[in-house]
Write a protein that binds this ligand. Structure first.
Ligand code: HEM
Length: 236
């Protein structure tokens, strides 16, 4: 048996999230659910009260209610599916894939449409064009691996898809920070929304890719030590 053959037989990656990443994942889920519920309530009861900056934002989204709902309702459903994918130990049931890919496509396409009205102008739009395209590309790769029954690769690309998508949740605490320091910085939402989008999505992509590479390195080391301790190599 060749060395190459032994490497190819290394156990497939399971991509089990470490505890710290699972905590981040759950925080992102809670934030995502919270922002959708808040937006649905604001769309259903436009009050025009509250801090002027928030009232202005609420009015902006009320001006395109149908599109906003077409984006956030599938986004909420998609987010509710993600724990079943991230934390699952067995193979994915067919109904889950049947919902995951269409919902992801709707979220990605409506996000492009939402960016036509982006509060943060071109700074925000450029972040959306990049990260939404990365999201849809990863979703398409996952779907191709799903169609070819390459389940480990499908999982790798599904997790990447989810990590990018949840960048939207990371933008929220960043925006919160900008709102909280607005009296010092004098920055308005139209000035900091784009920056928050860039920071939020970039952080998620960076953290996820670093983790993925550490998983890959770990597997490489494990399969190398398997070769060194193999009876063929040691001549037993
Ligand atoms: C690929 C992922 C996503 C992208 C690129 C994206 C992009 C966008 C864009 C461009 C807007 C308009 C913002 C503006 O007008 O300035 C928006 C609004 C919104 N998105 Fe997404 N989105 C994504 C995923 C999600 C997810 C997963 C959720 C939650 C489950 C979500 C919830 C919302 C909400 C609630 C709004 C209305 C604005 C608000 O209430 O803050 N989005 N999104």
């Amino acid at each position: 048996m060749s060395q190459q053959h032994i490497v190819a037989e290394a156990p497939p990656a399971t991509y089990k999230l470490p505890a710290w990443l699972r905590v981040c994942f759950w925080i992102a889920i809670v934030i995502s659910i919270g922002v959708v519920l808040r937006r649905v309530i604001a769309l259903a009861n436009p009050t025009h009260s509250g801090p002027p900056q928030m009232a202005g934002l609420d009015e902006a989204f009320t001006s395109h209610t149908a599109l906003t709902l077409a984006h956030i309702v599938p986004a909420l459903l998609f987010v509710l599916l993600t724990p079943l994918i991230v934390l699952r130990r067995t193979n994915q049931p067919q109904w889950l894939s049947a919902m995951f890919y269409p919902l992801g496509t709707i979220v990605g396409l409506t996000a492009y449409a939402m960016s036509l009205y982006s509060i943060g102008g071109w700074t925000e739009r450029s972040a959306v064009l990049l990260f939404d395209s990365l999201f849809l590309f990863s979703l398409a790769r996952a779907f191709i691996f799903h169609s070819n029954a390459e389940l480990t690769l499908e999982r790798r690309w599904q997790l990447r898809t989810i990590a990018i998508l949840l960048g939207i949740a990371t933008t929220r605490p960043v925006m919160g920070l900008f709102f909280a320091t607005a009296s010092l910085t004098h920055l308005l939402p139209r000035q900091f929304f784009g920056i928050a989008f860039w920071i939020g999505f970039s952080l998620n992509v960076l953290i996820f890719e670093l983790w993925l590479r550490s998983v890959d390195r770990h597997r490489e080391r494990a399969s190398l030590s398997q070769i060194h301790s193999s009876p063929l190599r040691s001549g037993i």
